[in-house]
Design a protein around this ligand. Structure first.
Ligand code: PEP
Ligand code: MG
Length: 316
C-alpha cells in the first residue's frame, strides 16, 4: 500500500480526458526540494531568493549564491528550477539594506523597481545564476513586480550583458504577473518574455486594493474574486497569442478547487507549497478537462467571489 501511495504521488496530474497540468512546488532550499519531490512535485516553480537576504542578516556574495543555485539544481536532477530575482519591499523588508522609509511600501520601490535602482543587488545575483546555468540544466529566471514594458527591456538587457560576459548559455526569462497592469498588457509583454508566472497573492492585493496582511480584510482578499479571475484569463489569452506558457505560483494554486479553476482557465503549470501537491494532483485527476473549462467559464461570469466558491459545492 505504501508503494502504491508513492507511485500515485509521483504520477502526473492528468485529467480523465488526457489534459496534463504541470505541478511544481515553491521551495527555497535543497531540503525543501527533496520534500517536494517526495510529495510528487515535478520541479520548482518559484524559488524566493529574498530568504537568502532575510535569514543571513547580510547580502550573500556572488559565490555563495552560485553555490546555492547549483545545490538547488543538483537536488532537482533534470527537473526544472525557476528562480525569482530578489523581491524586496512591501511586506519583505530587509533591515541591513538600509532602504529609505516609505509611506506606502506596497506602492513604492518594490521588486523590479528596486532591482533597476540597485545594480549592486541584481548584478551579483544574475552572475551567480548564469554561472549555475553553465551546468546545462533546466534553469529559468523571473522578475517580480513588473508593471511596464521598459522594466522588462531594461532587465533583459542586463541579463544579456552578464550572460555574454560569462559566456553562459541563454536561459528562459519570465516575469511575475502580480499587478493588474501586467495582466491587462499581457499580450504586449508576451512578445518580450519567455513565460509568465502569476502571483495571485499580490495580484489579489492590487486588484482589490486590500493589503495582503490586513487582519480585518483577510476574508475579502479572495483570489477567486471574479475580477482576479478575469485578470488571470487576460494573462492566459495574452500569453497564448505569442505561444508562451503561464504558471500560477500564488497561494490559490495549492487549493484543490482553485487549482481546478486555474487549469480550466488554461494555466499550464501550478506551483505550490509542497504539502499541497498530493491533494491538488488527486483533485485534477478526478475531473475531465472539459468540465474544468466549463467551471472556469461559469466562474468568469459570476458576480461575486462567494458565487465562484459556491460552484465548488455544486459539483460534489
Ligand atoms: C504572489 O504574490 O502571489 C507570489 C507568489 O509572490 P510572493 O507571495 O512572494 O509575493
Ligand atoms: Mg508577490
Amino acid at each position: 500500500r505504501r508503494r502504491r501511495e508513492a507511485a500515485d504521488r509521483a504520477a502526473p496530474a492528468v485529467t480523465t480526458d488526457g489534459q496534463r497540468i504541470e505541478i511544481a512546488a515553491n521551495a527555497n532550499t535543497p531540503d525543501q526540494v527533496a520534500l517536494a519531490l517526495d510529495l510528487g512535485a515535478e520541479g520548482v516553480g518559484l524559488m524566493r531568493t529574498e530568504f537568502l537576504f532575510l535569514e543571513r542578516g547580510a547580502t550573500p556574495t556572488e559565490d555563495e549564491q552560485a553555490e546555492i543555485y547549483t545545490a538547488m539544481l543538483d537536488a532537482l536532477g533534470d527537473r526544472p528550477l525557476i528562480v525569482r530575482a530578489l523581491d524586496i519591499g512591501g511586506d519583505k523588508q530587509v533591515a541591513h539594506l538600509d532602504l529609505p522609509h516609505e509611506a506606502n511600501p506596497f506602492l513604492g520601490v518594490r521588486g523590479a523597481r528596486l532591482l533597476l535602482r540597485r545594480p549592486e543587488l541584481i548584478e551579483p545575483q544574475l552572475r551567480a545564476l548564469y554561472r549555475a546555468a553553465k551546468s546545462g540544466r533546466k534553469l529559468s529566471i523571473m522578475f517580480p513586480m513588473i508593471t511596464s514594458l521598459q522594466e522588462i527591456v531594461a532587465l533583459r538587457a542586463i541579463c544579456e550583458r552578464i550572460r555574454a560576459d560569462l559566456d553562459a548559455p541563454g536561459v528562459p526569462l519570465g516575469i511575475m504577473v502580480e499587478v493588474p497592469s501586467a495582466a491587462v498588457l499581457a499580450d504586449v509583454f508576451a512578445a518580450h518574455v519567455d513565460f509568465f508566472s502569476i502571483g495571485t497573492n499580490d495580484l489579489t492585493q492590487y486588484a482589490l486594493a486590500i493589503d495582503r496582511q490586513h487582519p480585518d480584510l483577510a476574508a475579502e482578499a479572495d483570489s477567486l474574486h471574479p475580477a482576479v479571475l478575469r485578470l488571470i484569463a487576460a494573462t492566459v489569452k495574452g500569453a497564448a497569442a505569442h505561444g508562451r506558457w503561464v504558471g500560477v505560483c500564488g497561494g490559490i494554486a495549492g487549493d484543490p478547487f482553485g487549482a481546478c479553476l486555474l487549469a480550466g482557465l488554461g494555466v499550464d503549470e501550478l506551483s505550490m507549497t509542497p504539502r499541497d501537491v498530493p491533494a491538488v494532483k488527486a483533485r485534477l485527476r478526478s475531473a475531465t478537462f472539459s468540465d474544468l473549462q466549463r467551471l472556469a467559464a461559469e466562474a468568469l461570469a459570476a458576480d461575486t467571489a462567494d458565487r465562484v466558491r459556491a460552484l465548488d459545492g455544486e459539483r460534489r
